[in-house]
Ligand binder design. Structure first.
Ligand code: HAM
Length: 436
């Protein structure tokens, strides 16, 4: 019997996993620089949480949930997104409610039973940020600025920000009826999915990608013409704030989102290099969600970035991940000296002070191979230096692998470590790419 990775999932292997770790570190750095603090929620939650928040009529809830009953007869669901779990945690933990607004973030795997294709998986990763407790347009501006800063940090420079407003509980129902009436008069020309959406969620028709539906979609009423006065003012203030911060956005009146909790501002970031699944991330305001889940009035806004897509969209600029070559390979000349090699390797890795940087990357052979095979392994691994375990107490010989010559002999491992760190500093100074 042969096992395979489940459909729609994949293993993230080196060197890709190095780049993933780098993206995570870059995103965390930016989130922290904006004052967002990470919350780690469980991977599964009670099914109701998602039905109530994401919405019963959405594709996510209707077709894509991974739901199971546990041994205690509870209906649980692998989280399809991170906002509802975060709001659940916010309502449950007063720690998260100490500051208003609360600035929170998360990073982790999400699960949707979708048809797999490039950039679309059944297990995928999101980086998310949520700002809970502000109705101000400045909160929307900060969110979009934060999104763009993360994009810039990971090296995604050509992405477009699309912005729209979906109105609020006053003006959206009116718009929804206008859209229902409009598409009601064109049902025969729409695809089957759209006819289904017309019954349950007519605004989702605006997001249809089927070519034959496009001419009908183009004639649909524009949401921005239906906004009530407060929603219009909010939208204009958001646009004004973004202009003042020199953040380019495209107003996209047909941008609707796949989740039901949004009010007013919605946005997506698209990158054309991704093909059909071109949304790197998206988000928006959800001014009623906290109340709907049992909390006090807490207008909020947030976004999530799809890390899988971020990885795909930036992998051309970063063809290989972080350098993985060892700084040092410790070679035992006699097979019996294997433990001496492990001991020396551990001593060389030992972290120094902050200015010494991360520990040296040091490897040793555990296979009791001959010294010449160990040299081959060291060379294949791209080790910069080989340190030989001395046969007698006459010091550690060090070979510079690139130059192919013996460099120095040290009797003291601490001094040897300092000497090797100094060499790494010189290398880093002459090759800044390896620094990152
Ligand atoms: P979403 O648009 O459903 O929003 O997902 C955000 C991003 O997650 C997408 O733009 C995409 O990059 C990525 N993504 C979604 N599904 C998949 C998939 N099957 N495979 C790979 N990547 C995927 C949300 O999830 C909201 N929680 C965003 C939000 C936060 N709104 C307010 N706060």
């Amino acid at each position: 019997m042969k096992f395979q990775v489940p459909r729609g999932t994949r293993d993230i292997l080196p060197p890709d996993s190095d780049r993933w770790a780098e993206i995570e570190a870059q995103a965390r750095r930016i989130l922290s620089s904006y004052g967002y603090r990470e919350v780690r929620t469980p991977i599964f939650e009670s099914t109701d949480l998602f039905v109530r928040s994401v919405g019963e009529s959405t594709d996510i809830v209707r077709k894509e949930l991974y739901t199971f009953t546990d041994r205690g007869d509870r209906s649980l669901t692998l989280r399809p997104e991170g906002t509802a779990p975060l709001v659940r945690a916010y309502l449950e933990s007063s720690v998260l409610r100490q500051e208003t607004p609360a600035r929170l973030s998360y990073l982790g795997p999400m699960f949707r039973y979708e048809r797999p294709q490039k950039g679309r998986y059944r297990q995928f990763w999101q980086i998310g940020a949520e700002l809970l407790g502000s109705k101000e347009p400045a909160a929307d501006v900060e969110m979009i600025d934060l999104f763009v800063s993360i994009m810039r940090e990971v090296g995604l420079t050509h992405a477009r920000v699309l912005l729209n407003s979906l109105g609020d509980s006053l003006c959206r129902p009116v718009y929804r009826e206008r859209v229902r009436d409009y598409f009601g008069a064109h049902l025969d020309a729409l695809c089957e999915d759209d006819r289904e959406r017309w019954k349950t969620n007519p605004l989702r028709i605006l997001d249809c990608k089927i070519p034959k539906c496009q001419p009908i979609l183009e004639g649909a009423p524009n949401v921005l013409d239906s906004l009530c006065e407060p929603c219009r003012t909010h939208f204009e203030n958001v646009l004004g704030g973004l202009r003042a911060m020199e953040i380019d956005v495209d107003v996209a009146p047909r941008l609707v989102r796949g989740l039901d909790y949004y009010t007013r501002t919605v946005f997506e970031v698209h990158d054309s290099s991704l093909g059909a699944q071109n949304a790197v991330g998206g988000g928006g305001r959800y001014d009623q969600l906290v109340e709907e889940l049992g909390g006090a009035e807490t207008p909020s806004i947030g976004f999530s970035i799809g890390m899988d897509r971020l990885f795909l969209a930036t992998s051309e600029e970063h063809p290989e991940g972080a350098p993985a070559e060892p700084d040092v390979f410790v070679v035992a000349r006699q097979p019996e000296a294997v433990t001496d090699a492990l001991l020396a390797a551990r001593a060389l890795r030992r972290a120094g002070g902050r200015r010494d940087g991360p520990p040296l990357r040091v490897m040793a052979d555990v296979q009791r191979r001959s010294a010449s095979s160990q040299m081959k392994v060291a060379s294949r691994a791209g080790a910069k230096y080989v340190v030989f375990i001395p046969a007698e107490a006459d010091g550690y010989a060090v070979r510079d692998m690139a130059a192919g010559k013996d460099e120095t002999k040290q009797t003291d491992l601490n001094q040897l470590r300092d000497w090797l760190r100094e060499r790494r500093r010189e290398r880093d100074a002459s090759n800044p790419r390896e620094n990152s």
